[in-house]
Design a protein around this ligand. Structure first.
Ligand code: SF4
Ligand code: MG
Length: 327
Protein backbone atom coordinates (compact mmCIF):
# COMPACT_ATOMS: atom_id res chain seq x y z
CA UNK A 1 0.00 0.00 0.00
CA UNK A 2 1.17 3.59 -0.56
CA UNK A 3 2.82 5.54 2.26
CA UNK A 4 0.39 7.49 4.44
CA UNK A 5 1.69 10.82 3.15
CA UNK A 6 3.74 11.66 0.09
CA UNK A 7 4.89 15.18 -0.66
CA UNK A 8 6.35 15.60 -4.15
CA UNK A 9 8.33 18.64 -5.25
CA UNK A 10 6.16 20.97 -3.19
CA UNK A 11 6.55 24.67 -3.92
CA UNK A 12 4.93 27.62 -2.24
CA UNK A 13 5.88 31.05 -3.54
CA UNK A 14 4.24 34.18 -2.14
CA UNK A 15 4.13 37.55 -3.90
CA UNK A 16 5.30 40.55 -1.86
CA UNK A 17 4.72 44.09 -2.99
CA UNK A 18 7.58 46.49 -2.60
CA UNK A 19 8.43 49.97 -3.75
CA UNK A 20 6.27 53.01 -4.12
CA UNK A 21 2.53 52.12 -3.83
CA UNK A 22 3.52 48.46 -3.66
CA UNK A 23 3.77 48.32 -7.43
CA UNK A 24 6.95 46.34 -7.68
CA UNK A 25 6.10 42.73 -7.02
CA UNK A 26 8.69 40.21 -5.83
CA UNK A 27 8.42 36.58 -4.85
CA UNK A 28 9.23 34.81 -1.61
CA UNK A 29 10.42 31.28 -2.32
CA UNK A 30 9.15 29.99 1.04
CA UNK A 31 9.11 26.32 0.04
CA UNK A 32 10.98 25.51 -3.12
CA UNK A 33 10.83 21.88 -4.14
CA UNK A 34 10.35 19.74 -1.05
CA UNK A 35 9.75 15.97 -1.23
CA UNK A 36 9.33 13.42 1.57
CA UNK A 37 7.14 10.58 2.78
CA UNK A 38 5.64 9.62 6.12
CA UNK A 39 4.72 6.03 6.90
CA UNK A 40 1.76 5.02 9.05
CA UNK A 41 2.63 5.29 12.72
CA UNK A 42 5.87 7.14 12.01
CA UNK A 43 7.21 10.41 13.42
CA UNK A 44 9.06 12.57 10.91
CA UNK A 45 10.57 15.73 12.36
CA UNK A 46 10.97 18.74 10.13
CA UNK A 47 13.67 20.95 11.62
CA UNK A 48 15.49 24.17 10.81
CA UNK A 49 15.72 27.79 11.89
CA UNK A 50 12.65 30.00 11.86
CA UNK A 51 11.83 31.17 8.36
CA UNK A 52 13.18 28.03 6.65
CA UNK A 53 9.71 27.11 5.41
CA UNK A 54 8.93 24.20 7.73
CA UNK A 55 5.64 25.67 8.98
CA UNK A 56 4.65 26.48 5.42
CA UNK A 57 5.14 22.80 4.53
CA UNK A 58 2.85 21.86 7.46
CA UNK A 59 0.21 24.36 6.39
CA UNK A 60 0.37 23.17 2.80
CA UNK A 61 -0.34 19.60 3.95
CA UNK A 62 -3.28 20.90 5.97
CA UNK A 63 -4.34 22.78 2.85
CA UNK A 64 -4.65 26.05 4.67
CA UNK A 65 -3.77 27.63 1.31
CA UNK A 66 -3.26 26.59 -2.31
CA UNK A 67 0.23 25.45 -3.16
CA UNK A 68 2.18 26.86 -6.10
CA UNK A 69 3.09 23.45 -7.55
CA UNK A 70 3.85 19.89 -6.60
CA UNK A 71 1.71 17.16 -5.07
CA UNK A 72 0.45 16.27 -1.61
CA UNK A 73 -0.82 12.69 -1.59
CA UNK A 74 -2.61 11.12 1.36
CA UNK A 75 -2.98 7.36 1.25
CA UNK A 76 -2.58 7.34 -2.51
CA UNK A 77 -5.03 10.19 -3.14
CA UNK A 78 -4.02 13.70 -4.16
CA UNK A 79 -5.25 16.33 -1.71
CA UNK A 80 -3.53 19.40 -3.17
CA UNK A 81 -6.31 19.79 -5.74
CA UNK A 82 -9.05 17.61 -4.22
CA UNK A 83 -12.73 18.43 -4.69
CA UNK A 84 -14.56 19.73 -1.58
CA UNK A 85 -16.25 16.39 -0.79
CA UNK A 86 -12.93 14.50 -0.84
CA UNK A 87 -11.30 17.33 1.02
CA UNK A 88 -13.74 16.99 3.93
CA UNK A 89 -12.64 13.42 4.56
CA UNK A 90 -9.00 14.39 4.13
CA UNK A 91 -9.37 17.17 6.67
CA UNK A 92 -10.61 14.64 9.19
CA UNK A 93 -7.66 12.34 8.59
CA UNK A 94 -4.99 15.04 8.99
CA UNK A 95 -5.27 17.18 12.12
CA UNK A 96 -3.06 19.84 13.64
CA UNK A 97 -1.74 20.96 17.01
CA UNK A 98 -0.37 24.49 16.92
CA UNK A 99 2.23 26.10 19.17
CA UNK A 100 -0.08 28.50 20.92
CA UNK A 101 -3.07 26.92 22.59
CA UNK A 102 -4.21 30.41 23.65
CA UNK A 103 -4.94 31.50 20.13
CA UNK A 104 -6.07 28.15 18.74
CA UNK A 105 -8.76 27.47 21.38
CA UNK A 106 -11.87 29.65 21.39
CA UNK A 107 -11.86 31.35 24.83
CA UNK A 108 -15.66 31.54 24.94
CA UNK A 109 -16.22 27.82 24.44
CA UNK A 110 -16.28 25.22 27.17
CA UNK A 111 -13.90 22.28 26.71
CA UNK A 112 -16.93 20.05 26.12
CA UNK A 113 -17.95 22.11 23.09
CA UNK A 114 -14.38 22.45 21.83
CA UNK A 115 -14.14 18.65 21.69
CA UNK A 116 -17.70 18.12 20.44
CA UNK A 117 -17.23 20.43 17.46
CA UNK A 118 -15.00 18.17 15.31
CA UNK A 119 -17.04 15.10 16.30
CA UNK A 120 -20.18 16.83 15.05
CA UNK A 121 -18.51 18.37 11.99
CA UNK A 122 -17.31 15.01 10.76
CA UNK A 123 -20.50 13.17 11.80
CA UNK A 124 -18.63 10.71 14.00
CA UNK A 125 -21.14 10.33 16.87
CA UNK A 126 -24.08 7.99 16.45
CA UNK A 127 -26.15 9.66 19.17
CA UNK A 128 -26.03 12.25 21.96
CA UNK A 129 -24.90 9.50 24.33
CA UNK A 130 -22.15 8.47 21.95
CA UNK A 131 -21.00 12.09 21.75
CA UNK A 132 -20.75 12.25 25.54
CA UNK A 133 -18.89 8.93 25.67
CA UNK A 134 -16.41 10.20 23.09
CA UNK A 135 -15.85 13.52 24.82
CA UNK A 136 -15.20 11.94 28.23
CA UNK A 137 -12.95 9.28 26.68
CA UNK A 138 -10.87 12.03 25.08
CA UNK A 139 -10.35 13.64 28.48
CA UNK A 140 -9.16 10.30 29.88
CA UNK A 141 -6.89 9.80 26.89
CA UNK A 142 -5.08 13.11 27.37
CA UNK A 143 -5.14 12.67 31.16
CA UNK A 144 -7.34 15.61 32.10
CA UNK A 145 -10.07 15.32 34.76
CA UNK A 146 -13.57 14.88 33.34
CA UNK A 147 -14.97 17.73 35.45
CA UNK A 148 -12.75 20.06 33.41
CA UNK A 149 -15.20 19.60 30.50
CA UNK A 150 -17.29 22.44 31.87
CA UNK A 151 -14.42 24.90 32.11
CA UNK A 152 -13.04 27.33 29.54
CA UNK A 153 -9.48 27.45 28.13
CA UNK A 154 -8.26 30.36 30.30
CA UNK A 155 -8.84 28.29 33.42
CA UNK A 156 -6.01 25.92 32.43
CA UNK A 157 -2.22 26.05 32.44
CA UNK A 158 -0.27 26.09 29.17
CA UNK A 159 0.41 22.36 29.36
CA UNK A 160 -3.23 21.55 30.11
CA UNK A 161 -4.34 23.74 27.24
CA UNK A 162 -2.03 21.85 24.94
CA UNK A 163 -3.66 18.61 26.17
CA UNK A 164 -7.02 20.10 25.17
CA UNK A 165 -5.56 20.97 21.76
CA UNK A 166 -4.37 17.37 21.37
CA UNK A 167 -7.76 16.02 22.49
CA UNK A 168 -9.46 18.23 19.90
CA UNK A 169 -7.15 16.86 17.20
CA UNK A 170 -7.84 13.27 18.33
CA UNK A 171 -11.60 13.87 18.34
CA UNK A 172 -11.52 13.66 14.53
CA UNK A 173 -9.86 10.19 14.64
CA UNK A 174 -6.94 11.32 12.47
CA UNK A 175 -4.16 9.18 11.00
CA UNK A 176 -1.67 12.04 10.86
CA UNK A 177 -1.20 14.97 13.23
CA UNK A 178 0.89 17.96 12.19
CA UNK A 179 2.49 19.30 15.38
CA UNK A 180 3.75 22.80 14.57
CA UNK A 181 6.11 23.81 17.39
CA UNK A 182 3.53 22.08 19.61
CA UNK A 183 5.73 22.03 22.73
CA UNK A 184 8.01 24.98 22.02
CA UNK A 185 6.20 27.47 24.26
CA UNK A 186 6.06 25.13 27.27
CA UNK A 187 8.36 24.83 30.31
CA UNK A 188 10.97 22.08 30.11
CA UNK A 189 9.20 19.63 32.45
CA UNK A 190 5.82 20.23 30.79
CA UNK A 191 7.45 19.78 27.38
CA UNK A 192 8.60 16.31 28.40
CA UNK A 193 5.10 15.39 29.64
CA UNK A 194 3.45 16.47 26.39
CA UNK A 195 6.07 14.67 24.29
CA UNK A 196 5.49 11.50 26.34
CA UNK A 197 1.76 11.87 25.84
CA UNK A 198 2.20 12.23 22.07
CA UNK A 199 4.38 9.12 22.00
CA UNK A 200 1.80 7.13 24.00
CA UNK A 201 -0.97 8.26 21.68
CA UNK A 202 1.10 7.33 18.66
CA UNK A 203 1.49 3.79 20.02
CA UNK A 204 -2.14 3.49 21.04
CA UNK A 205 -3.70 4.79 17.83
CA UNK A 206 -0.95 4.07 15.30
CA UNK A 207 -0.74 7.79 14.57
CA UNK A 208 1.78 9.35 12.27
CA UNK A 209 3.26 12.68 13.36
CA UNK A 210 4.84 15.46 11.36
CA UNK A 211 6.74 17.13 14.17
CA UNK A 212 7.77 20.62 13.11
CA UNK A 213 10.31 22.03 15.54
CA UNK A 214 13.43 24.13 15.92
CA UNK A 215 14.16 22.32 19.21
CA UNK A 216 16.52 19.48 18.34
CA UNK A 217 16.96 18.37 21.94
CA UNK A 218 13.25 17.45 22.01
CA UNK A 219 13.34 15.94 18.53
CA UNK A 220 16.21 13.65 19.54
CA UNK A 221 13.99 12.04 22.15
CA UNK A 222 10.94 11.27 20.13
CA UNK A 223 11.43 11.05 16.40
CA UNK A 224 11.97 8.18 13.98
CA UNK A 225 13.42 10.29 11.19
CA UNK A 226 14.57 13.86 10.71
CA UNK A 227 14.37 16.13 7.66
CA UNK A 228 16.48 19.30 7.85
CA UNK A 229 15.32 22.40 5.97
CA UNK A 230 17.30 25.47 4.95
CA UNK A 231 15.80 28.37 2.98
CA UNK A 232 12.89 26.45 1.54
CA UNK A 233 14.72 23.23 0.73
CA UNK A 234 15.45 19.92 2.45
CA UNK A 235 19.22 19.50 2.79
CA UNK A 236 19.36 16.19 4.67
CA UNK A 237 17.01 13.36 5.64
CA UNK A 238 18.06 10.49 7.90
CA UNK A 239 16.89 8.17 10.67
CA UNK A 240 17.27 9.66 14.15
CA UNK A 241 20.22 7.56 15.26
CA UNK A 242 22.25 8.23 12.12
CA UNK A 243 21.64 11.95 11.97
CA UNK A 244 22.43 12.63 15.62
CA UNK A 245 25.48 10.36 15.65
CA UNK A 246 26.91 11.38 12.28
CA UNK A 247 25.27 14.38 10.57
CA UNK A 248 26.57 14.77 7.01
CA UNK A 249 25.38 18.12 5.70
CA UNK A 250 27.43 21.10 7.00
CA UNK A 251 24.21 22.88 8.02
CA UNK A 252 22.98 19.85 9.97
CA UNK A 253 26.38 19.65 11.68
CA UNK A 254 26.09 23.27 12.78
CA UNK A 255 22.50 22.86 14.00
CA UNK A 256 23.32 19.74 16.00
CA UNK A 257 26.46 21.23 17.48
CA UNK A 258 24.21 23.50 19.55
CA UNK A 259 22.20 20.63 21.07
CA UNK A 260 23.24 19.93 24.67
CA UNK A 261 24.60 16.45 25.41
CA UNK A 262 22.79 14.40 28.07
CA UNK A 263 25.84 13.96 30.33
CA UNK A 264 26.18 16.90 32.72
CA UNK A 265 29.08 19.16 31.79
CA UNK A 266 29.62 17.45 28.43
CA UNK A 267 29.55 19.67 25.35
CA UNK A 268 29.73 19.31 21.62
CA UNK A 269 32.17 21.51 19.73
CA UNK A 270 29.97 24.41 18.77
CA UNK A 271 30.05 25.38 15.09
CA UNK A 272 29.21 29.07 14.82
CA UNK A 273 27.87 30.04 11.42
CA UNK A 274 28.84 33.41 10.00
CA UNK A 275 26.25 35.81 8.61
CA UNK A 276 22.49 35.83 8.76
CA UNK A 277 20.07 33.54 7.01
CA UNK A 278 19.68 35.11 3.55
CA UNK A 279 16.27 36.35 2.45
CA UNK A 280 14.01 33.82 0.72
CA UNK A 281 13.17 36.63 -1.70
CA UNK A 282 16.55 36.34 -3.44
CA UNK A 283 17.96 33.03 -2.31
CA UNK A 284 21.69 32.53 -3.06
CA UNK A 285 22.62 30.80 -6.32
CA UNK A 286 23.92 27.25 -6.35
CA UNK A 287 23.78 25.78 -2.85
CA UNK A 288 21.59 28.11 -0.80
CA UNK A 289 23.82 27.52 2.21
CA UNK A 290 26.98 28.66 0.40
CA UNK A 291 27.03 32.16 1.98
CA UNK A 292 27.42 30.62 5.44
CA UNK A 293 29.06 27.26 4.82
CA UNK A 294 32.55 26.80 6.33
CA UNK A 295 33.43 24.36 3.50
CA UNK A 296 32.20 26.37 0.49
CA UNK A 297 34.10 25.87 -2.78
CA UNK A 298 33.59 27.13 -6.34
CA UNK A 299 31.04 24.58 -7.49
CA UNK A 300 28.78 25.45 -4.54
CA UNK A 301 28.19 29.00 -5.80
CA UNK A 302 26.92 28.02 -9.22
CA UNK A 303 25.53 24.51 -9.13
CA UNK A 304 22.65 23.47 -6.94
CA UNK A 305 23.32 20.17 -5.11
CA UNK A 306 20.57 17.57 -5.43
CA UNK A 307 19.38 15.28 -2.63
CA UNK A 308 21.44 12.14 -3.15
CA UNK A 309 20.89 8.79 -1.45
CA UNK A 310 23.74 8.03 0.92
CA UNK A 311 22.35 5.05 2.80
CA UNK A 312 19.10 3.35 3.80
CA UNK A 313 16.53 6.10 4.32
CA UNK A 314 19.29 8.69 4.03
CA UNK A 315 19.66 11.65 1.66
CA UNK A 316 22.10 14.57 1.58
CA UNK A 317 22.29 17.59 -0.74
CA UNK A 318 25.93 18.72 -0.66
CA UNK A 319 28.75 18.82 -3.24
CA UNK A 320 31.42 18.27 -0.60
CA UNK A 321 29.65 15.21 0.79
CA UNK A 322 29.46 13.83 -2.75
CA UNK A 323 33.15 14.59 -3.44
CA UNK A 324 34.25 12.87 -0.23
CA UNK A 325 32.33 9.76 -1.17
CA UNK A 326 33.53 9.55 -4.77
CA UNK A 327 35.98 6.68 -5.40
FE1 SF4 B 1 28.67 23.79 1.85
FE2 SF4 B 1 29.04 23.46 -0.75
FE3 SF4 B 1 27.95 21.52 0.68
FE4 SF4 B 1 26.59 23.75 0.17
S1 SF4 B 1 27.26 22.26 -1.32
S2 SF4 B 1 26.73 22.71 2.11
S3 SF4 B 1 28.21 25.28 0.28
S4 SF4 B 1 30.04 22.32 0.88
MG1 MG C 1 7.21 28.39 12.26
Amino acid sequence: SPPLLQVNDLKKHFPVNKGLFGRKSEWVYAVDGVSFEIARGETLSLVGESGCGKSTVGRAILRLFDITSGQVILDGQRIDDAAPATMRQMRRRVQVVFQDPFSSLNPRMRVRDILAEPIRNFGLAKSAEDLEVRVTALMDTVRLPREALNRRPHEFSGGQRQRIGIARALAAEPELIVCDEAVSALDVSVKAQIVNLLQDLQQKFGLALLFISHDLAIVEHMTHRVAVMYLGKIVEVAPRREIFAAPRHPYTKALLSAVPLPEPGAQRNPIILGGDVPSPINPPSGCRFHTRCPYVFDRCRTEEPVLRTTGPEQWVACHLDEALEAP
